[in-house]
Design a protein around this ligand. Sequence first.
Ligand SMILES: Nc1ncnc2c1ncn2[C@@H]1O[C@H](COP(=O)(O)OP(=O)(O)OP(=O)(O)O)[C@@H](O)[C@H]1O
Ligand code: SF4
Ligand SMILES: [Mg+2]
Length: 435
Amino acid sequence: MSAQHLVETRELATNFYTFEGVVRALNNVSLVVDQGETYGIVGESGCGKSVTVRSMMRIVQAPGRIDGGKIVMFLNAEDKAKGIEILGRTEAYMASIRGKDISMIFQEPGAALNPVLSVHQQIAESYEFHRMDEMLEKSIATLEAHAKELGGGPAGWWNGLRKSLLRRELGAHKNYSARIQTIDNELYKLEDSTDAASLGRKRELNHERDKPVRRDFLVEFARRVPFFARYRRPLNRTVEAQVIDLLRSLGIPNPENIAQRYPHELSGGMQQRIVIAIALACHPTLLIADEPTSNLDVTIQAQIVDLIRDLKKTAISSVVFITHDLGLVAEMCDRVTVMYAGDVAETATVKELFRNPLHPYAQGLLDAVPKEIQEGELTIIPGAVPNLIRPPSGCRFHPRCSHKMAICEKEKPPTLELGPGHFVACHLYTKDQSK
Ligand SMILES: Nc1ncnc2c1ncn2[C@@H]1O[C@H](COP(=O)(O)OP(=O)(O)OP(=O)(O)O)[C@@H](O)[C@H]1O
Ligand code: SF4
Ligand SMILES: [Mg+2]
């Protein structure tokens, strides 16, 4: 039985509209990440690795835009059959899955952290946004545990009031979650319908889904009056305990102290651990690591890689791992895709790719890696990744390819499966090379 897909991109086209011209960064990229695997993406700088994963999360920033294709996610039991096409969903839908179901560790930890918020505040945001019901339930349970020892005096009364306000907040959140679930179920059923009535209904549902949680009027009042607003302190303590537990579970020494620090007070390695903590706060199904160790020294690199590998065993289902380091790919990944200038050149299991690379670019990349016993000089791929404003016609690799044929300049090679799960896009393997 084939593996269950988790994310699929189909013919994804992402462009950047710059003053110099349109950068055709992704040229119909199709790839599939399966449940439970570590999936590597490799390629030289500027090949479109980051743009691919940013498109998957729909966080391509202006002047970039996803202009074509589909991104289908199979995150929940209900959508295992045909998945959810996320390009058709609203930004509010994306915000509800980003961080919760799919998280990303960025190339630059310094840029990914907010300089004016403490570590605690940045991680707590995630708990409050995605796991509020659970945090409220835990806080209510703590207050209930204290109720008996406080008795019926003023302390008992205050404890009772806090409990009742937190219960009201929980009720509003549960109603909101149930409403969102009903809307999502209906949107899922309507996903493939294109008649006017269904399109109208989808618009209505998307508009309804974008509305925030409706707060209870007593909760609203209590939150505005400083004396009563203190009712949320048990909730803050619950979140604080979760943040500290998370930092401790990631091997961060003295987590109580680190939680109070600001990003500029931390080393690069510690900043990257905090970025990982933020990414993991809500137990995502898919973790995307975009060169998570590129700016760290080798010992910290090894620690971060071990951490991701351990988390893959215990906390997350699938990892997309982007790196320039083919040694790391061999160590970490199950399958790997080689990208070149916005195209997918080759996809195979790591073992197969290293044993039998078929695409001339993949062969070139592997030949450029020093061997255990290096005989003679390393082979390099001549030339450089082209400017994607005017990408080469046909196969984008043709100006650098020593196997180039006449057809290579004219036609983009189709992707063929040349062995089980071994996909290659190169005219060397197409039947008709005579054109
Ligand atoms: N904000 C932007 N504006 C214009 N072009 C962009 C922008 N971001 C990316 N690109 C272009 O998109 C292409 C793919 O870039 P991407 O960042 O995905 O490369 P990469 O494979 O991740 O490289 P690296 O290994 O250096 O991180 C490049 O040609 C790049 O110039
Ligand atoms: S399609 Fe042609 S130019 Fe492209 S990699 Fe294959 S042989 Fe080389
Ligand atoms: Mg990148």
